[in-house]
Ligand binder design. Sequence first.
Ligand code: SF4
Ligand code: FE
Length: 492
Amino acid sequence: MAMMTGAQYIESLRKLNTRVYMFGEKIENWVDHPMIRPSINCVAMTYDLAQDPQHEDLMTATSHLTGEKINRFGHIHQSTDDLMKKVKMQRLCGQKTASCFQRCVGMDAFNAEYSTTYEIDKKYGTDYHERFKKFLLYVQENDLVVDGAMTDPKGNRGLAPHAQPDPDMYVRIKEVREDGIVVRGAKVHQTGSINSHWHLVMPTQAMKEADKDYAVSFACPSDAEGLYMIYGRQSCDTRKLEDGADVDLGNKQFGGQEALVVFDDVFIPNEYVFMAGEYDFAGMLVERFSGFHRQSYGGCKVGVGDVVIGAAALAAEYNGVEKASHIKDKLIEMTHLNETLYCCGIACSADGCATECGSYIINMLEANVCKQNVTRFPYEIVRLAEDIAGGLMVTMPGEKDFKSDLVVGKNGETIGDVCNKYFAGNDDVCSTEDRMRVLRFLENICLGSSAVGYRTESMHGAGSPQAQRIMIQRQGNIEGKKALAKEIAGTK
Ligand code: SF4
Ligand code: FE
């Protein structure tokens, strides 16, 4: 099957019977729901860009399984060049959506599973790698979106999975049958889960023998029997439900998506099981997936950052302050921070290497440094954007006021007239509405629904800062550095 267009992808979602709940109710037509649709448009962009000859080199790749052209989001990296193109593709998608476009979690999970299943098989003589290859082939041929699902609810963080008072706090094998397994538990803050055709589930942390039942990885369709999702709400999300909402949304077309995914005794046939009890490989799978996703942030967040910087520069222009030296300097600082993140994304890719099965993996230390910077720099970029934009981005009246024809002034002025008069900026370069639009966009990305993707996700997505610090400590080779110092300093 050929690669899908964005429109075909959206139609393909309609064929799924995915169970979605929001605000305590079942959402029947979630594809057209005004709060969900922007996140679907965002994923659709990963399809449409792949159809554009201009972006073919970044957005598509040659499948190592079939030799066919596929969407890069379904590709297993075959070189450091592939790894770098992945980051560049993510920057492009971020630039086009200013949101989390969700499809990378699946791509990163494919790449982690591909090499890890190979190594499990080598030790245990299992056939997980072949099973996984078959699943991947199906994904590539049908150009599917897959949610790479890792994070468990975890309950009491001080207790191991098996020691939790409620055994469902980590996804587990509840029953082993001859033809498959029954799984139970949940995955939290699942990016793009509702918009995915399939889920690829992985353990959330390294495990010991007592947690054997929790060392489980498998694939299942999003509408599998027993699987359902509860939509995660976002700041200012109900603005999307307002009649004719446009300017107030800031980003009308695109958005991210997170949900709670529940596995209520879901049966998984053996062909879709890729780890079942090999607890000593849970850590490897987690590290590889996290490493790939920490690399990803050196692309996606940079692309969104490009739009934030652009919006801040526009706001300055619309306010008539673009020539002020401190504004220019703030834009330089934002650019410096954003490009530093990109450098990290490219560096960990360029320094990547082959795994045992031949697929390519990033440099782990550099990928973790990349993500550690992402936990900080977007916050500073947003701080500077808010500084440049001014307080109006959070104090101005709503779109309906700007459009109101209710007479309030002594000379017959309407609310709309008054708002348009007093909120005008440099009217040589912009209308009052354009000024509102750019400020609302910044509000959306700094504090509104897109702040999930640009701010808090920068902190916690792909692992919270401490998770990277542990990896940096492990990979930092302090002993080797001490030896360097000793040698030059001449200590005995
Ligand atoms: Fe992709 Fe970035 Fe969203 Fe992760 S946070 S799914 S890397 S866009
Ligand atoms: Fe993420």
